[in-house]
Design a protein around this ligand. Structure first.
Ligand code: GAP
Length: 544
């Protein structure tokens, strides 16, 4: 049985070997936090984006009253007027704490140091954004075990006092991760150690513990400092502060900046949504977990504008329908969860938020967040731009700034989750009937990069010509692949690794009765069907 780490390594290796994902600019040693998608990877991502666009823009689920809802699309520029990012709060507040080593000059995200310590205790502790939380401080106080602070706590099982002391002394926080502190029975609130040896309490972030050494060279680390995550560039010939621009860290602000343009030009009425898919850039201090936290990635975001009184209803609508979308596309329920944010976790602009989370082999983490952002963003832009962002409802004669519900997902994270979910190993007989280990990607039919592969059994007797003819007919309707090289068993294996649901083989019998074999990726069962029916068969079986 593969460990989770082994499993991740196998997935990464398969993704490289079969052309899903490559390290960016690999011939020059790569670049941390950037990835390239190969022929199969780009097809996977396109399928995800097309499915999303179809399911939220063209045919969104009916609204809470059973009526169709209004959704439109947008494609904004990546570089916008920097005032957008001042108004949105990104210039002032989109930052992570980081520390530098005074000796070797290495730079670390502050919570990454915590992460390393915790990972050595157990992988579940490496999930710093959502450590195992057992209850509230208040509940614990009722049992006499802790003093109330309103912060969250968690228990670290089976850890000795000495281990605890070591860990606690080395902990520090980030805006999301909590500093872990412990309390001695009877002590005041503060960063103290427990005496019973098995409880750790989470409180807000604090300064870096002075004696935490650089993990690379053991040198002294600086205090944590805020580091803005936006990539900067310059627009125009002059490289001065007046020409400074940012690569967008989210697609959302482009939607807010265009909300009035869309209202004025598209005949939409509140409630309605604007959707956008596009690149976003964040200068993550420590990109990690393969493509999960990258510096360049794609988002698929919706800003849904509604009356403030209806915001709770629409929040629930989007939260539940977005969660269901992942379920419908094959993420197993035991690996997928919807986690409502606690009050102390909410971003300053949100009144409610839930994350769709998936249990990746490296830990459970966010795929998509759904938030009720209130009228925060439109108000900010109204104030900063001087443009009126109110909406006039000509039926009720009411004028108001709409509330916004935002489902915000990552294309790369979705692709990674679907890849991890699809990965499977089983056994299949080789040409001699001997059982061999088989790696197979059991993609949902919508996402499989190639839907059908067509082979001649051998390269003679007119089989390649017939197979090519079938391939040409198929590719008009579904994504198809032709292969005539090597033993047919190996060709099947290659397609299993690519996640291709069907393989069609032209053999000796084809010339006699016009039939071909069609093999199912998951069951490996082969049946004979007329060669003219291949595309229709594939479409019907895959419900495309
Ligand atoms: N407009 C809201 C927003 O951007 P977010 O939680 O920061 O919220 C939304 O990002 C989604 O974008 C995440 O759920 C994730 O899927 C994706 N995402 C964010 N940062 C990412 C990164 N560094 N690498 C890959 N995907 C990322």
């Amino acid at each position: 049985m593969a460990t989770e780490q082994d499993l991740m390594e196998r997935i990464v290796s398969l993704a490289k070997r079969r052309g899903f994902i490559f390290p960016s600019s690999e011939i020059y040693g790569g670049i941390n936090g950037f990835w390239d998608y190969g022929p199969l990877g780009v097809a996977l991502k396109r399928n995800i984006k097309e499915a999303w666009w179809h399911d939220v823009v063209r045919c969104p689920p009916p609204g809470p009253d059973g009526q169709p809802i209004e959704m439109v699309g947008l494609d904004c520029s990546i570089i916008m007027n920097p005032k957008v990012w001042e108004a949105s709060g990104h210039v002032g507040g989109f930052s992570d704490p980081m520390v530098d080593c005074e000796a070797c000059k290495a730079r670390f995200r502050a919570d990454q140091l915590v992460y390393r310590e915790l990972y050595s205790i157990g992988p579940e502790w490496a999930d710093l954004e959502h450590p195992p939380v057992l209850g509230t401080f208040d509940e614990m106080h009722d049992t006499g075990e802790a003093k109330p602070t309103g912060h969250r706590f968690a228990t670290l099982p089976g850890t000795s006092d000495d281990e605890l002391k070591t860990i606690v002394r080395r902990l520090l926080g980030s805006k999301r991760a909590k500093i872990i502190t412990v309390f001695e029975e009877g002590d005041d609130l503060g960063r103290k150690l427990v005496t019973d040896g098995n409880k750790v309490y989470l409180i807000d972030s604090g300064p870096l513990d002075a004696d935490y050494p650089c993990p690379t060279c053991g040198g002294a680390l600086t205090e944590a400092r805020q580091f803005n995550l936006m990539f900067k560039s310059h627009a125009g010939a002059m490289e001065d502060s007046a020409s400074e621009v940012y690569l967008r860290p989210e697609t959302a602000q482009g939607i807010f900046a265009n909300y009035m343009n869309v209202l004025d030009t598209s005949r939409v009425k509140v409630p309605f949504g604007i959707a956008q898919i596009g690149k976003a850039f964040r200068n993550e201090i420590n990109p990690r977990n393969y493509t999960f936290r990258s510096r360049e990635f794609e988002q698929m975001e919706i800003e849904f504008f509604c009356h403030p009184n209806d915001a709770d209803t629409w929040y629930e609508y989007w939260r539940d329908s977005r969660f269901q979308w992942y379920v419908d596309h094959g993420l197993k329920s035991d690996k997928l969860r919807l986690r409502n944010h606690e009050q102390d976790e909410l971003a300053h602009y949100a009144v409610s938020c839930a994350d769709v989370e998936y249990a990746f082999p490296f830990g459970t983490s966010e795929l998509e967040g759904v938030a009720n952002r209130t009228d925060f963003d439109l108000k900010q832009h109204q104030e900063a731009s001087g443009r009126d962002m109110t909406y006039f409802d000509d039926q009720t004669k009411e004028r108001f700034i709409p509330y916004v519900i935002e489902p915000s997902g990552g294309v790369d994270r979705a692709a990674l989750a679907f890849l991890c979910e699809a990965y499977d190993e089983d056994e299949a007989p080789d040409e001699k009937g001997k059982m061999q280990r088989r790696t197979v990607l059991r993609f949902h039919p919508r996402f499989a990069p190639v839907k059908v592969a067509v082979f001649p059994l051998v390269r003679k007797d007119g089989m390649p010509e017939k197979a090519r003819e079938i391939y040409m007919a198929c590719r008009e309707q579904v994504s198809a692949f032709y292969d005539e090289k090597g033993a047919v068993g190996r060709r099947y294996r290659r397609q299993d690794e690519a996640g291709t649901p069907f393989c069609v083989t032209v053999d000796g019998q084809t010339a006699e009765d016009g039939t071909v074999t069609i093999r199912d990726r998951d069951t490996m069962v082969q049946e004979r069907i007329p060669s003219d029916d291949v595309a229709a068969y594939v479409r019907e079986r895959l419900r495309l």
